[in-house]
Design a binder for this molecule. Structure first.
Ligand code: THU
Length: 142
């Protein structure tokens, strides 16, 4: 499973998006360390704050099937020409189950793709980036 294949899975996942309010469909695909791919779409609600993003749908699907670590993520946003990255809430949730070096690709309807990592999207993360760094040692000593 390479990033092109994972991105194709995200493209297919976006077809199930339930987005009658924003008309902004999102598909996400997570590669589990077992090799299984878990997909998700955004699921909106008329109580807007209850909307669930595609990335968290995919993560919760994988974890509820027993997967605990994901090594790569792809996100497709067909209603945007430009690539759209995961929201802040999703970055926090994804960081629970992905290493800082895990690969992330996102893109929209144009051919442009952003290739990055969890660490770049969510730097200074308390779970896997901060332990032992100088800034944390300084903070602990003050
Ligand atoms: N959305 C996602 O599913 N993932 C993102 O990374 C960005 C935002 C959804 C939430 C909502 O249904 C719609 O896109 C507009 O914000």
């Amino acid at each position: 499973m390479n990033m092109d294949e994972l991105f194709h899975a995200a493209e297919r996942a976006a077809e199930a998006a339930y987005a009658p309010y924003s008309h902004f469909r999102v598909g996400a695909a997570l590669l589990g360390e077992s090799g299984t791919v878990y997909t998700g779409c955004n699921v909106e609600n008329r109580s807007f704050g209850l909307t669930i993003c595609a990335e968290r749908t995919a993560a919760v699907t994988g974890v509820s099937r027993g997967e605990r670590r994901f090594s790569a993520l792809a996100i497709f946003t067909p209603d945007s020409a430009d690539p759209v990255g995961p929201c802040g809430a999703c970055r926090q949730v994804l960081s629970e189950f992905m290493a800082g070096g895990a690969q992330v690709r996102f893109g929209g309807s144009s051919p442009e793709r952003i290739d990055t990592t969890i660490r770049e999207l969510y730097p200074f993360d308390s779970l896997h980036d901060l332990a032992g760094t100088a800034s944390v040692v300084t903070a602990r000593n003050t």
